[in-house]
Design a protein around this ligand. Structure first.
Ligand SMILES: C[S@@+](CC[C@H](N)C(=O)[O-])C[C@H]1O[C@@H](n2cnc3c(N)ncnc32)[C@H](O)[C@@H]1O
Length: 230
């Protein structure tokens, strides 16, 4: 790890689908929807982003960038879905890695493959690590605001804390940098469907769709697509 991780007090809480999330008292903010952490990971990220991108592209490797590794839940559900036709290089940025002790208290083994989840967490930071024959993870301990971004990205999971809590993560310069990092036709999904964020994504150059949210959760989510000809 290139920098000393910054830890902060976190609490484990249970969401409505029975899966756990983390609560950050300092921000009064959760890592996932309180309506269902697991359900959110499956719908917004695995299905509306990875599966959707895989269905649209011919057999080819895909490169994914996640903003906020957090508990590793999105990474685990995506690793379980990765196929030989669309092997995935999953790059994930995290400024505040969660301690292994707290990860162990989440009980995600009831929801995702236990050995795969452990392998994702055991993978060293700052280098690509194969987890399955179709899934490589590259965890980067860094600050999105200052870190260089990877290039040729096909899929972005934009899973930052809410804009009211961390407005600097939802800014025009950040979306412009993500846009540059993405391939033509690449997509970004996020749980946040606020009009102000939708318009910000549109002014960056994305075509933005409002999609139905997860069952029992938010009414809408956003999927932004980079122009095919850029
Ligand atoms: C909503 S949570 C992400 C949940 C995660 N995707 C999961 O599956 O558990 C937001 C994450 O962004 C991280 N974060 C906050 N500020 C950041 C920054 N400036 N750069 C990178 N990560 C940041 C937080 O530590 C937290 O893990």
């Amino acid at each position: 790890m290139h920098q000393t991780p910054i830890h902060r007090p976190l609490e484990v809480q249970t969401t409505d689908d029975g899966s756990a999330t983390l609560f950050v008292p300092e921000l009064d903010e959760h890592y996932h929807s309180v309506k269902g952490a697991y359900t959110e990971a499956l719908h917004i990220y695995r299905d509306c982003a990875y599966q959707y991108a895989a269905e649209r592209s011919p057999s080819s490797p895909l490169r994914l960038l996640e903003i906020g590794f957090g508990t590793g839940l999105n990474a685990a559900v995506t690793a379980m879905a990765a196929t030989p036709e669309h092997p995935l290089h999953y790059i994930t940025l995290e400024k505040y890695p969660v301690s292994p002790a707290l990860v162990g208290q989440l009980g995600y083994n009831a929801f995702v493959d236990e050995s795969l989840f452990s392998a994702i967490h055991a993978a060293p930071w700052e280098q690509p690590s194969p987890i399955t024959p179709h899934f490589v993870i590259e965890k980067r301990c860094c600050d999105l605001l200052t870190a260089p971004l990877p290039t040729d990205i096909d899929i972005v999971y934009f899973d930052a804390f809410a804009p009211e809590k961390q407005p600097e993560m939802w800014s025009a310069p950040i979306f412009a940098r993500l846009y540059q990092a993405m391939r033509p036709g690449a997509i970004l999904t996020t749980y946040c469907a606020k009009g102000v964020i939708r318009r910000l994504l549109q002014s960056t150059g994305f075509t933005v769709e409002r999609l139905a949210g997860p069952i029992g959760g938010k009414r809408e989510i956003l999927r932004a697509t980079k122009n095919e000809t850029e």
